[in-house]
Design a protein around this ligand. Structure first.
Ligand code: GLA
Length: 393
C-alpha cells in the first residue's frame, strides 16, 4: 500500500503549492493465469488484477502544461498538453503523453493543464503490466478531473490504442483490460474478439498463487512479439482456402484446425497456430474445472500451457524454463507456467499454503544456480481495477 502522506509531500516538493486539490488514483498491475498469446488472435484470456500497481497524484494547473514526474524514474518534464509526439528520449513519459494524445483524438482536449506524480510498485520489464497500469490510471484520472464519464472497457480500448499507435508496441487488449476491470478475488474470463467478459471468483482454498520474477530483462521482446503476431496472421491467410471469412485464429475450433492444418505450408507457423488454438481451448477447460473447484486439474492446464509456450510458440527461454522446472519439483505445487509475453519476466505457480516458504527457498536456490540471477517472489492476492483512492491520507 503506497504511503499517500509521503507521496503528497513529494508532490509539493516537486511541483510547489499546497496539498489542497491533489487527488489520488490507483491502477493495479496484472498477472495472467492462463491464455497466453491468445488476445491478439481474438481468443480468450484469464488474467487477474494485483494488489499493487501505479499510484497517481494529480492537481490542475493554471496553464495548459503537463508537469510529469515519477518517484521511480529520473526523467521528468513540463510539456504542452497539445500536439504531443512520441520521443525516444522521453522514456516513460511517452505513456502518459500517449493517453493525452489518445483523449484528444477522441475529442477530449484537456480544459486545463495538470501536474502528475506517478509512484509505481510494479517491477519494470517483469511482464506484470507496469505500462498498461500507467496508461489506465492516467486515462481514468484525467477523465475524472475533466468531469467526463469513465467506462472501464472504453478506457482499456483507448489505452491499448494509445500504446499501439503512439508508443508503437502492438500489444493485445489483455493488459489494459485487466488493469481497468479487475475485481478483488476474481479473475477475468475475457473474449478478446467481442470484449464480452465474466468475472470468475478465484477460490484457491489452501493454495496460493506465487509470482516468481526471473529478473531477466526481456531484450528483443518487441521484435519477437511482432514476429509471432505476423506468423499467426500468415496462418490465417493460408487457412482462408478453407474458411474464406476467417479473420483471427481464435475463430477456429480445435477440430476445424486439426482438419485443415495441412493448409499451413510452413512447419513453424503451423506450430504457432496449434499453440493458439489449443491454448484457447485450455482457457475454456480452466473455467470449467475452476467452477467445479478442481484446482489440481487447473494446475495441469497451467503446466500444459507452459510446455506449449516452450515447445510450440517458443517464447520461454532458459530462465523461465529453469524457474518452472524448479517450481514443479517442489511438493505441494499443482502447476507452474510463464505469464505475460515471455522471453523473461515472471512465472506463476499454484502452491499449497504450507509449502510457500519451502517453494521460495528451493526455487530461489535452484534458479540462481542454473542462471546466476537472483529471483524475486510475491505471494499474490487478487485486487481491484483502476479507482480513485478515497479517504486515505
Ligand atoms: C503481453 C501483451 C498482451 C499479451 C501477452 C501475451 O503482455 O501486452 O497483450 O499478448 O503479452 O499473452
Amino acid at each position: 500500500m503506497p504511503q499517500i502522506t509521503e507521496l503528497k509531500k513529494e508532490f509539493t516538493k516537486r511541483f510547489g503549492g499546497s496539498e489542497d486539490g491533489i487527488r489520488v488514483f490507483h491502477a493495479p498491475g496484472r498477472v495472467n493465469l492462463i491464455g497466453e498469446h491468445t488476445d491478439y488472435n481474438g481468443g480468450a484470456v484469464f488474467p487477474a488484477a494485483l494488489t499493487f500497481g501505479t499510484t497517481l497524484l494529480i492537481r490542475p494547473r493554471g496553464d495548459l502544461q503537463l508537469g510529469l514526474a515519477s518517484t521511480n524514474f529520473p526523467v521528468s518534464s513540463t510539456i504542452s498538453a497539445r500536439g504531443l509526439t512520441f520521443k525516444e528520449e522521453d522514456d516513460w513519459l511517452n505513456y502518459p503523453k500517449a493517453v493525452v494524445w489518445e483523449l484528444a483524438r477522441r475529442g477530449i482536449d484537456l480544459s486545463v493543464g495538470y501536474d502528475l506524480l506517478y509512484h509505481g510498485e510494479i517491477p519494470n520489464g517483469a511482464g506484470l503490466s507496469s505500462s498498461a497500469s500507467i496508461e489506465v490510471v492516467t486515462a481514468y484520472a484525467l477523465l475524472r478531473m475533466e468531469g467526463k464519464k469513465t467506462d472501464p472497457v472504453e478506457i482499456a480500448v483507448w489505452s491499448q490504442h494509445a500504446e499501439n499507435e503512439f508508443v508503437g508496441v502492438k500489444c493485445g487488449i489483455m493488459d489494459q483490460f485487466a488493469v481497468a476491470n479487475g475485481k478483488k478475488d476474481h479473475a477475468i474470463h475475457l473474449n478478446c474478439d467481442t470484449l464480452e467478459y465474466e468475472l470468475v471468483p478465484f477460490r484457491s482454498g489452501d493454495y496460493r498463487l506465487v509470482i516468481g520474477n526471473t529478473n531477466k530483462r526481456r531484450g528483443l521482446v518487441d521484435s519477437k512479439y511482432n514476429e509471432r503476431r505476423s506468423q499467426c496472421e500468415q496462418a490465417v491467410r493460408e487457412l482462408r482456402a478453407a474458411f474464406p471469412e476467417l479473420k483471427l485464429l481464435g475463430q477456429l475450433t480445435l477440430a476445424e484446425f486439426e482438419a485443415n492444418k495441412s493448409l499451413i505450408g510452413d512447419e513453424t507457423v503451423r506450430r504457432r497456430a496449434r499453440h493458439v488454438v489449443e491454448e484457447i481451448d485450455r482457457v475454456k477447460q480452466s473455467i470449467d474445472v475452476l467452477k467445479r473447484g478442481d484446482l489440481a486439474a487447473f494446475g495441469s492446464l497451467m503446466n500444459a500451457s507452459h510446455d506449449s509456450l516452450r515447445d510450440l510458440y517458443e517464447v520461454t527461454g532458459p530462465e523461465l524454463d529453469a524457474m518452472v522446472d524448479a517450481a514443479r519439483a517442489v511438493p505441494g505445487v499443482l502447476g507452474s507456467r510463464m505469464t505475460g509475453a515471455g522471453f523473461g519476466g515472471c512465472t506463476i505457480s499454484l502452491v499449497h499454503g504450507q509449502s510457500v516458504d519451502r517453494f521460495i527457498e528451493e526455487v530461489g536456490r535452484k534458479y540462481e544456480t542454473a542462471t546466476g540471477l537472483k529471483p524475486d517472489f510475491y505471494v499474490c492476492d487478487i485486487g481491484d481495477g483502476v479507482r480513485e483512492w478515497e479517504g486515505e491520507a
